[in-house]
Design a protein. Structure first.
Length: 234
């Protein structure tokens, strides 16, 4: 595990071993349904008992899974399961090895902060993560990993179909179309939110977001927009 500033004394483990298990994705997407299991059970064709057992596994206090998405110029977006007793949550953190601190993009918990990115940025990051030469236009695991912090009030008409395909690619065998519609209607803790493109970068209009003036410096706002955008350079 790479060192993540602020979490040096926590029991972090590389969560890459989880990504080939469909139950992991059903469990991870509980963030998008505010903990409601039924649509995820129907979409992934799993039982509620199996889903809850897996949730207990990834929420164990002695192991905090971290899944990481490489960006450009050595930047990484870490998705960290913060399994504190009574204070659990999910931290989405931007980092680079030479930084002394992380930059939070979103936090999914009772006192949530976000959203962290919009639909075009989700597509751009998942596109960059797709294997070179692969027929896949988007990397499904990256797409679903970051879906819980996506919010956008202006989704394209094919958004349901795109998400349904990502769900199927990650092992969903049930009603993926219906699940995709529910996930995009709910959009995690904050619901659909507008974004504004400014000279300083893309800014969320949600008062709970880190990506807005007063919460993030203008330089970092611009850098985040470059890293998450189609060019991906910062």
């Amino acid at each position: 595990m790479p060192v993540i500033p602020g979490y040096e004394d926590d029991p972090l483990v590389d969560g890459a071993y989880l990504t080939d298990e469909p139950l992991f994705w059903a469990c991870h997407l509980l963030q998008c349904t505010n903990g409601v299991e039924e649509p995820l059970c129907a979409g992934f064709g799993v039982s509620k008992d199996d889903l809850l057992q897996f949730f207990e596994r990834v929420s164990a206090q002695h192991r905090w899974p971290v899944l990481s998405v490489p960006l450009s110029a050595g930047h990484v977006l870490h998705v960290l399961y913060r399994n504190l007793p009574g204070e659990g949550g999910y931290d989405y953190l931007l980092h680079r090895p030479d930084w002394t601190a992380t930059v939070p993009l979103a936090r999914v918990e009772g006192c949530f902060r976000g959203p962290g990115l919009c639909w075009p940025e989700l597509l751009a990051v998942a596109h960059k993560a797709a294997e070179v030469g692969s027929a896949a236009r988007l990397d499904p695991q990256t797409f679903l990993l970051l879906l819980p912090i996506m919010s956008d009030a202006d989704l394209p008409e094919d958004a349901d179909d795109v998400l349904a395909a990502m769900l199927t690619a990650c092992g969903a065998t049930g009603e993926t179309g219906a699940l995709a519609r529910i996930l995009l209607e709910e959009q995690s803790c904050w619901g659909p939110q507008p974004w504004t493109l400014t000279p300083a970068g893309r800014i969320s209009e949600s008062r709970y977001a880190f990506r807005r003036p007063g919460e993030m410096s203008s330089d970092m706002l611009a850098q985040v927009s470059l890293l998450l955008g189609p060019g991906g350079n910062a």
